[in-house]
Design a binder for this molecule. Structure first.
Ligand code: KG4
Ligand code: ZN
Length: 331
């Protein structure tokens, strides 16, 4: 019986393929090859290098999926947003495989994929659900009950990106999230405070570039230990998210609140959100730590929803790049 779905993720610096069962959501195969170390020396992801590494890694992983080919009902790939040269590798592979196997092709929005990391082994329930998505490319809050309406977003750098940039300023390289988090734990003095961004602005939006600049100026003064700077930055960045969310929670009464994306692994953020949800009688749903960062399992999970809705891509689409956020967010 053809009841499996294969999905490919290659939007940034992770090459990943997963196979799941469409009926019971069981994950039968998942492998991810991260390029983090290859980009580390450059302080960020180099698109051309990422594309070449995807071209090496994806066929290696796909080879292992061969036994599942006869049972595939559809093939999916992340098609936006992301680095176009990286996306292209996954899209071309998915297109070729779907054509050869004569099964439908599905194009997945990467952000929707992250949201489905909340429901990897259960049916999605968007009733009364708000979601905070914090990754290297995005920071946004969406109302899932309203089909993914975006309530707030970052006006400049994303939450994860600000950790990457601060990490670079502190000489710790890329990716910065976990490094800054771990360094902050070693702070001996916790008196340094950065000013919270946009507290006088009534919108629920975020901004991290000013905070990044505050850190840069403090680094130049050489008055503080690196760990102290990391602590003060993490404190301000997470408090900024909380400050705006507290106000949003007064307007919107979410029944449950999900946190997804690579930076959803931040422990301080998780703790603070836990407290906020408790105070607001709201259930906090955290994406499993293992599936916060980019992976093909969440892409397969989202594609499965699209498969059930008959939301297929056309083989005639030149590249499949346009997949607007919100289209597949109906449970
Ligand atoms: O979702 P993701 O894997 O890739 C994108 O779609 O962007 O997110 C990667 C981002 C990076 O910016 C990384 O530094 C950040 O997530 N990140 C963290 C933590 N772990 C990863 N940021 C803050 N704290 C963490 N513990
Ligand atoms: Zn991502």
């Amino acid at each position: 019986m053809k009841d499996l779905l294969l999905a490919i993720e290659s939007s940034c610096d992770d090459s990943s393929i997963a196979v799941i069962n469409i009926q019971n959501l069981e994950c039968l195969f998942h492998e991810k090859i991260s390029q983090e170390q290859d980009h580390e020396g450059f302080g960020g992801v180099v698109p051309e290098l990422a594309a070449r590494l995807h071209a090496k890694a994806l066929p290696k992983i796909l080879e292992k999926c061969k036994p599942y080919f006869p049972y595939l009902a559809a093939v999916a790939a992340t098609c936006s947003p992301g680095l176009s040269v990286s996306l292209l590798g996954g899209i071309s592979m998915a297109k070729t495989l779907a054509m050869l196997l004569k099964v439908p092709l599905i194009g997945v929005n990467h952000l929707e994929g992250h949201i489905y990391s909340l429901f990897l082994d259960s049916e999605a329930d968007f009733k009364g659900l708000g979601v905070l998505l914090v990754s290297g490319g995005h920071t946004l809050v969406a109302d899932m009950d309203a089909g993914g309406v975006i309530l707030s977003r970052s006006l400049d750098d994303s939450f994860g990106e600000s950790f990457d940039k601060v990490s670079r300023m502190l000489g710790m390289g890329y990716p910065g999230g976990e490094r800054v988090q771990n360094l902050a734990l070693k702070a001996r003095s916790k008196t340094l405070r950065f000013t919270l961004p946009m507290t006088r602005n009534k919108s629920y939006d975020y901004s991290f570039s000013g905070l990044k600049n505050q850190v840069r100026l403090e680094v130049l003064k050489k008055n503080h230990e690196k760990a102290e700077l990391a602590y003060a930055f993490e404190e301000a960045a997470t408090e900024h998210i909380l400050y705006k969310l507290k106000r949003l929670f007064k307007q919107k009464s979410f029944k449950s609140f999900g946190v997804v994306g690579g930076a959803a692994a931040n422990l301080k953020l998780r703790l603070k959100l836990g407290k906020l949800c408790e105070e607001n009688d709201c259930k906090l749903i955290l994406a499993p730590l293992k599936y916060c960062s980019d992976n093909a399992v969440m892409i397969a999970r989202c594609a499965r929803q699209q498969y059930l809705q008959g939301d297929f891509a056309s083989f005639k689409d030149e590249l499949l790049f346009a997949k607007d956020f919100g289209i597949s967010l109906k449970s």
